[in-house]
Ligand binder design. Structure first.
Ligand code: GDP
Length: 527
């Protein structure tokens, strides 16, 4: 085996690249910060906080930009723990939720689904879960805020199955809950983590025989211990056994309980997670599968971030490395344009200051300075050409009709729209009817604000957006598409590749159209 090949095997084996998926307020910022603290990346924890502090700022552009500037520095966070190199990909939530959030998930090898014990599965969790489930990546679930009164663990497990269609295997189990929470039992390692002292801040970890061990009774009291025994007996009999294969395929989710803010259950979560989560795996390309240990470097762009620094107006293309070793200054082929380019200025976003990376491996994300040559989904490769499968186009949920205030600016307008579509800021649709109209679709409201601002700032074009009442978009495929069937509470448009897309005002209109055209497919992502 060559030296490079050996090095690649070693580096790939230790990498874990994942994203945290959750609904706002479940505790993602808190969890991220705590995980980074475990890895000793304290400087970063500050960054996460800074971002948080800014997040609720007003939506005027400079604020957005500042906010994005900060969020971008923490777009990828890296730390070392127990011999692993961990990459956490940030998935913007709140008002900066966008298609970027979905695309980022394509760069992750696994996901941690964070759920508030009192709220259970929420809207944004469902959407993000579905994107992960489609890829079949392993999903780990962390039920947070156990220090508060919440729903019973069994109730939450049932909800995971009913709403998301995934069964859960509890890796640990709470001893009491809310004010009574006094510890967590680790079913895999047979140990208890007990929270002692008035504020429960004294965390003690102790090995036990099993959950019936009298040591737990001594520490937690008879009532809670009996309850624990009853619940775990039930799980032993009726619950799913741990099955690594099912976990790897994303069919079974290992379930953890804890409280991020109090550090309860975090260490066992992190350790179990790192052990079970997959290392970077083989990716599909047009030319065939690409193993991470292939010596030739390859990767793809999953996100383009503009205007991070108002003084430079530069763009950064985020590249997920899929195979080989990256070294600064190396030449690679930009497959779509067929040119060699030199990767001289790659950045990693470890802190407010952009650190320059000298080398990186599969699973790592690097930021490439982008003078306007990259599009979402572009592949870069060394040696022979490697073209990674196109990133899916996700169905937008907010729509607006766009018009240009000054007709003379039409050329600049077109240029701006093309550019912003390529970057994935917006999706553009054109009407199929008699009136020529352009409709923009986005996943998050902020994308419209970004579009308006950038059209003005970069292309000198004032646009007017008129919000439309559509809520759903489906790509329609089939022989018998009848445009006259899309008149009530719906509209038939075309995307930039001339695919038919139906926009619907409500679920009822969508169901009706589906019923009327049983032979037509209604797809959530572009064909
Ligand atoms: P995000 O919106 O998902 O990033 O959530 P944050 O991390 O900002 O947390 C939302 C709120 O929940 C904040 O007020 C946190 O302090 C709080 N929080 C986070 N984790 C816990 C926890 O384990 N217990 C309790 N009681 N509150 C928590």
């Amino acid at each position: 085996m060559s030296k490079l090949s050996e090095q690649l095997q070693e580096e790939v084996a230790k990498r874990r690249t994942f994203a945290i998926i959750s609904h706002p307020d479940a505790g993602k910022t808190t969890l991220t910060e705590k995980l980074l603290l475990f890895g000793g990346a304290i400087r970063l924890a500050g960054t996460v906080k800074a971002r948080k502090a800014n997040r609720h700022a007003t939506s005027d552009w400079m604020e957005i930009e500042k906010q994005r500037g900060i969020s971008v520095t923490s777009s990828v966070m890296q730390f070392d723990y127990n011999g692993h190199r961990v990459n956490i990909l940030d998935t913007p939530g709140h008002q900066d939720f966008s298609e970027d959030t979905y695309r980022t998930l394509t760069a992750a090898d696994s996901a941690v689904m964070l759920i508030d014990v009192a709220k259970g599965v929420e809207a944004q969790t469902i959407k993000l879960f579905q994107v992960c489930a489609k890829r079949g990546i392993p999903i780990f679930t962390f039920i947070n805020k156990l220090d508060r009164e919440g729903r019973s663990p069994f109730d939450l497990m049932e909800e995971l199955e009913q709403v998301l269609g995934i069964r859960a295997v509890p890796m640990n189990w709470p001893i009491g809950m809310g004010r009574d929470l006094c510890g967590i039992y680790d079913r895999m390692k047979n140990q208890v983590e007990l929270f002692q002292g008035d504020d429960h801040s004294n965390i003690q970890v102790q090995k036990v025989e099993d959950y019936q061990d009298p040591v737990i009774r001594d520490m937690a009291g008879e009532f809670l211990h009996n309850q624990l025994c009853e619940e775990l007996e039930l799980l032993d009999v009726a619950g799913d056994p741990f099955d690594y294969e099912k976990v790897s395929r994303g069919e079974l989710t290992p379930l953890f309980f804890g409280s991020a803010i109090n550090n309860f259950g975090l260490q066992t979560f992190l350790e179990n997670f790192l052990q079970l989560a997959p290392k970077p795996s083989t990716r599909q390309a047009t030319e065939g599968p690409v193993a991470p240990t292939d010596e030739k470097f390859s990767g793809y762009v999953f996100k383009i971030q503009a205007n991070m620094n108002p003084a430079h107006r530069d763009r950064i293309a985020f590249l997920r490395i899929c195979s080989g070793k990256f070294t600064r200054g190396m030449s690679v082929k930009h497959v779509r344009v067929g040119k060699e380019i030199k990767l001289a200025q790659p950045q990693q976003f470890l802190a407010q200051d952009r650190d320059i990376v000298e080398e990186a491996y599969p699973g790592d994300i690097i930021g490439l300075f982008d003078p306007g040559i990259f599009r979402i989904g572009d592949s870069l490769s060394q040696g022979s050409e490697v073209t990674f499968d196109e990133l899916p186009t996700f169905s937008p949920e907010i729509f607006a009709r766009v018009t240009v205030k000054n007709a003379l600016k039409h050329k600049q307008y077109q240029k701006g729209v093309d550019q912003l579509t390529e970057e994935g800021t917006i999706q553009v649709f054109t009407s199929t009817g008699v009136f020529d109209e352009t409709i923009l679709g986005v996943v998050g409201q902020l994308q419209f604000e970004v579009f308006e601002y950038r059209m003005k700032a970069e292309y000198g074009v004032d646009v007017q957006l008129q919000r439309l009442t559509f809520q759903f978009a489906r790509w329609v495929v089939g022989k018998d598409i009848d445009p006259t069937k899309f008149r009530i509470n719906s509209q038939l448009v075309k995307d930039k590749k001339d695919n038919f897309v139906a926009l619907f005002e409500n679920e009822y209109a969508m169901r009706t159209a589906m019923d009327k055209m049983p032979d037509v497919q209604f797809l959530e992502t572009a064909p």
